[in-house]
Unconditional design. Structure first.
Length: 284
């Protein structure tokens, strides 16, 4: 499943090819995604200009304005689900299986492909209120690269949100209510760098160790973005290229292999139906 780095790689990849472009048409080939695309989808955004491409959590937000002024019309929300990709390509590019939605932008097309159909393509009109106050975003924590979660304050932020929590720190991070975007892969890698055992209760971790963890989260996510994310199954970026951060994993998907730091075999456990990888010697 694409996590924050993969979504951010996609956002950065499509941004230069779509900002300032007019949406001439919206073509829906398969409406049956995680939430069915309504028949009238595309009517409000057709004829608008794409103003910005943002990200919140794992959503890409495409802000659309009126063609004759700065008035915001609404925001297109796209979630890649488990296998989704979003790419800009020439408008005459042949359609493939699982190419579900096209946004025609003159001689280009922004194309959404999703083999497993767990993704989302939604429209949030300006009359529906601020988009970041809508249902998909109400319970999301802070962004790991925001001022609210910088290297100095991130530790206190996590420490404050974890007080009284008996939940293990790994699922605490995955919940996304304290900080967004630390998915399964990057939670395991961040906990390794901070030398924290994934089964440790979130409420028992000290402020000093949360400072280390917050710094590790930002370092891991930034490194993953720089290397195009992780390609384990179907993910490719907006240019069709695979990510290669998986070559730098310390623990994720390395069960039985020697730790890159101490040579102890990496172990795997299950937490909340997700695989967790850790070094029993480095993380305690």
């Amino acid at each position: 499943m694409p996590e924050l780095p993969e979504v951010e790689v996609t956002r950065r990849g499509i941004e230069p090819g779509v900002v300032g472009r007019r949406i001439d048409a919206v073509i829906v080939r398969h409406a049956g995604l995680r939430r069915a695309i309504p028949a009238e989808f595309g009517e409000a955004m057709t004829g608008t200009l794409i103003e910005t491409v943002r990200r919140r959590g794992k959503f890409i937000l495409v802000d659309c304005r009126a063609p004759d002024g700065p008035t915001l019309v609404g925001t297109l929300l796209i979630h890649l689900g488990m296998t989704g990709t979003l790419r800009v390509m020439p408008v005459d590019t042949p359609v493939r299986v699982h190419d579900h939605v096209d946004f025609v932008l003159g001689d280009r097309v922004l194309r959404f492909n999703d083999p497993r159909r767990f993704g989302l393509v939604l429209w949030h009109g300006v009359d529906d209120g601020p988009v970041l106050d809508s249902a998909p975003f109400r319970k999301l924590g802070v962004e790991p690269f925001s001022e609210a979660f910088d290297a100095e304050r991130g530790g206190p932020h996590l420490h404050r949100h974890s007080r009284g929590r008996s939940l293990a720190v790994k699922p605490f991070l995955l919940a996304g209510e304290a900080v967004v975007g630390v998915g399964n892969i990057y939670a395991s890698e961040s906990l390794f760098r901070a030398r924290i055992h994934p089964r440790t209760a979130a409420g028992r971790i000290s402020l000093a160790r949360y400072v280390l963890l917050a710094d590790a989260i930002r370092v891991v996510l930034a490194a993953a973005i720089a290397k195009g994310g992780s390609t384990l199954r179907d993910f490719v970026g907006a240019d069709g290229a695979s990510g290669y951060f998986q070559q730098d994993y310390f623990v994720y998907d390395r069960e039985g292999l020697p730790c890159r730091v101490c040579a102890t075999p990496i172990r795997a456990i299950r937490q909340g139906q997700r695989s967790t990888f850790y070094c029993p010697r480095c993380q305690h």
